[in-house]
Design a protein around this ligand. Structure first.
Ligand code: CUA
Length: 227
């Protein structure tokens, strides 16, 4: 979960987030290879005695230092596009969750089940208990079953918000007058935190998102006992 001094991405809770982390590491290694090569070349320039007073052009070297970076970029572009299209895919979702952004809280609707709907506010500093996570926890958490394809539909009522859960690799803008959708698959139980990530106003930092991922059996139980 998000906590102090984290330098890396959060642990993934979905197959797509795992792929995003692999892609991030892959790109970072290419970046390091470029940085080391260019750094070495710049350093070595200080110590040579090559002089060419009549240099005007060098067709061959220009060809080489144009094509090599172009090939390198293909190795980043192709996996990036693959991920982009995989993230956009909807694979027969079992459940649809609607999330609506407001200034400054989220509200949720489970339209598949007898119209369950509730608001989800951050726990305030004066109401916090030792069981809560400061600035990240909410009074009403989203309950979702793990190992199922879930669709979320995102919209807003006032300004643009963004429904973002880093450990699931989900980030969808919530626009007024527009319904955006995406899907994800949670592959383990747990509590996953997110925050609004579109600068929406004064209390932008204080509209977190919390998902409780539980087994399908417990989820059905929760649906049946919801009052
Ligand atoms: Cu809602 Cu930022």
């Amino acid at each position: 979960m998000p906590t102090w001094s984290n330098l890396n991405l959060q642990n993934s809770a979905s197959p797509l987030m795992e792929q995003i982390i692999f892609f991030h590491d892959h790109t970072l290694i290419i970046l390091m290879m470029i940085t080391i090569l260019v750094g070495y070349l710049m350093f070595i320039l200080f110590f040579n005695k090559f002089i060419n007073r009549f240099l005007l052009e060098g067709q061959m070297i220009e060809l080489i230092w144009t094509i090599i970076p172009a090939i390198t970029l293909i190795f980043i572009a192709l996996p990036s596009l693959r991920l982009l299209y995989l993230l956009d895919e909807l694979n027969n979702p079992l459940i649809t969750l609607k999330s609506i952004g407001h200034q400054w809280y989220w509200s949720y609707e489970y339209s598949d089940f007898n119209n369950i709907e509730f608001d989800s506010y951050m726990i305030q500093y004066n109401k916090i208990t030792p069981e809560n996570f400061r600035l990240l926890d909410v009074d009403n958490r989203i309950i979702l079953p793990m190992n199922n394809q879930i669709r979320i539909m995102v919209t807003a009522t006032d300004v643009i918000h963004s429904w973002t859960i880093p450990s699931l690799g989900v980030k969808v803008d919530a626009n007024p007058g527009r319904l955006n959708q995406t899907s994800f698959f949670i592959n383990r139980p747990g509590i996953f935190f997110g925050q609004c990530s579109e600068i929406c106003g004064a209390n932008h930092s204080f509209m977190p998102i919390v998902i409780e991922s539980i087994s399908i059996k417990n989820f059905i139980n929760w649906i049946n006992n919801y009052s």
